[in-house]
Design a protein around this ligand. Structure first.
Ligand SMILES: [Zn+2]
Length: 263
């Protein structure tokens, strides 16, 4: 895969995984990391594509690796970005990367989910958590893996000084979520599906598109999925949106970056 990197929804990732020709390759587990840097602030400034391209540059340039380390990167907006080809072992953790035929699937969640002196740096957004849990569940199902055995946090791979994917992320709850995951399931914290268009009396917030915004970033910062936002506004996701355009949002949608609190 490698550049150009592509962003997909969970549903699109599921379809791609289903159709992908793994040949002789079997995925034997799933390794979960956080990026630490870029963090959510960098993501808000640069967007997902530039974050992923920056990691690719760092891994192939400064670190001298053959490709970006991870198979996927999951943004705070819930976008799942392609990375290293799925038939190649990841650069996840020395001694745990497997072989071309039998290796783990490895993804990074963009953010720094670490508490330092009681202050959380970033928190998983509902969209990001949904996408990351979905990736784990889908890979488990594709290869008949049991989540409790197959899903490993980086900190479990023998590097004791690592807290990755961050001390804010608990393993037991994560595994329970992967086991309970169903396609289309929406986490508790996610706002309910948009209410019917034109519902009388419902206050519908609006958002004016700013330079650098994408449908992904606008959906993510309002706790929506991109399909929700594009359907709500009759937009074709393949077409770029223009600064100054006014988008309708479901009642109750709020800007999580502006308020400074994530769901
Ligand atoms: Zn890690």
């Amino acid at each position: 895969m490698s550049p150009p990197f592509r962003a997909r929804s969970v549903a699109a990732f599921a379809a791609e995984l289903d159709a992908f020709d793994f040949g002789e390759t079997r995925l034997t587990g799933i390794h979960v990391h956080h990026t630490y840097r870029p963090d959510h602030e960098t993501f808000a400034r640069l967007g997902g594509r530039r974050c992923v391209e920056g990691m690719h540059r760092y891994h192939t340039g400064a670190l001298g690796w053959s490709d970006i380390a991870q198979h996927e990167s999951v943004g705070p907006d819930g976008a799942i970005w392609s990375g290293r080809g799925w038939r190649r072992p990841p650069a996840s953790s020395r001694g745990h990367n497997g072989t071309p035929r039998r290796h783990p699937f490895m993804f990074e969640m963009i953010g720094d989910f670490e508490t330092v002196e009681d202050r959380a740096h970033d928190r998983l957004t509902a969209a990001q958590s949904d996408a990351a849990i979905g990736v784990c569940a889908l890979v488990c199902r594709r290869f008949g893996l049991r989540p409790g055995d197959a899903v490993k946090f980086h900190r479990e791979l023998g590097e004791r000084w690592k807290s990755c994917p961050g001390n804010l992320i608990g393993k037991d709850a994560w595994i329970a979520d992967v086991e309970a995951w169903e396609p289309g399931r929406v986490a508790n914290e996610t706002p309910a599906a948009p209410d019917p268009a034109g519902a009388p009396g419902a206050p519908h917030p609006r958002y004016t598109v700013r330079p650098g915004d994408t449908l992904w970033s606008i959906a993510g910062r309002h706790g929506l999925t991109m399909p929700q936002l594009s359907e709500w506004n009759d937009l074709d996701p393949a077409h770029p949106i223009r600064p100054g355009a006014v988008l309708r949002l479901p009642a109750g949608a709020r800007d999580i970056w502006q308020n400074g609190d994530t769901p």
